[in-house]
Design a protein around this ligand. Structure first.
Ligand SMILES: [Zn+2]
Length: 247
């Protein structure tokens, strides 16, 4: 009896390609998760890798074990730094020190800045600012950035950013004195930290705002509109601020 011809090969080959493509694309998270806490505490998660910034209240970060983890403290004030947590933590760490980390998902650059109004490139920093590039999104975390103006190195490192996690209290003195980060780095999404009503009003002037009790957000590049600046007021106090500001 003549053997039946086997024509499975082309199908098998295309199946292998489909499975391979699914493996390549299907395994990657579609979104970057940003979990923001009080002060400037921030957890950024993508594909089982995580960056922790300014952790002062470790109770509210994810308890899950991550494949890769970076821990960064902008400076050593206790509302940005919990000594026990940092000392026990065995992840890659930067404590108020410039440095760089890179893996297949994250590119992280931490450079010097100042907690006070003036800073010159190269001098010992009193605060560090961090650029995190992940899934085509550029996130700037500014700790307690107090400078009136960004330095050339800071501008060259950051360029235009998509999301700024930014203290506004120190550098928002009046309507004319907008925070230099907002003016020069042009973030599309601003997540303010350390603010009061007065500088929040200045920040919101002409910008769209999202008031939400949520503290956990998911972003992909398509959520970033380079032509707008949107402010996210998050957490327990957001509804109180909305009531006052929208009166
Ligand atoms: Zn501080």
């Amino acid at each position: 009896m003549e053997k039946e011809k086997i024509t499975l090969l082309p199908y098998s080959f295309s199946t292998i390609i489909l499975v391979f493509l699914f493996f390549i694309t299907g395994c990657k998270d579609e979104y970057v998760t940003i979990n923001v806490g009080e002060n400037a505490q921030t957890e950024i998660i993508y594909n089982n890798h995580r960056v922790l910034l300014d952790i002062w209240n470790p109770k509210v970060i994810s308890k899950k074990k991550f494949e890769k983890e970076y821990v960064i403290a902008s400076h050593l004030h206790e509302d940005h730094y919990e000594k026990n947590f940092y000392e026990k933590c065995t992840s890659d760490k930067l404590l108020m020190t410039p440095g760089t980390f890179k893996d297949e998902y994250f590119s992280i650059d931490t450079i010097g800045s100042s907690h006070t109004s003036y800073y010159k490139d190269g001098i010992t920093p009193s605060n560090c600012i961090t650029l995190i590039q992940v899934h085509d999104i550029k996130i700037g975390h500014f700790g307690d950035f107090g400078q009136e103006f960004l330095t050339n190195e800071q501008i060259a490192t950051f360029g235009k950013i998509d999301i700024a996690i930014l203290p506004v209290l120190y550098t928002f003195n009046d309507a004319k004195n907008l925070n230099d980060v907002i003016v020069k780095l042009k973030p599309s999404i601003i997540i303010p930290t350390h603010y009061d009503l007065e500088n929040l009003e200045i920040l919101l002037n002409g910008r769209s705002a999202l008031f939400t009790g949520k503290t956990r957000f998911k972003f992909s590049k398509k959520d970033i509109n380079p032509l707008e600046q949107k402010v996210i007021i998050y957490g327990e106090l957001s509804s109180g601020y909305r009531k006052i500001l929208q009166r």
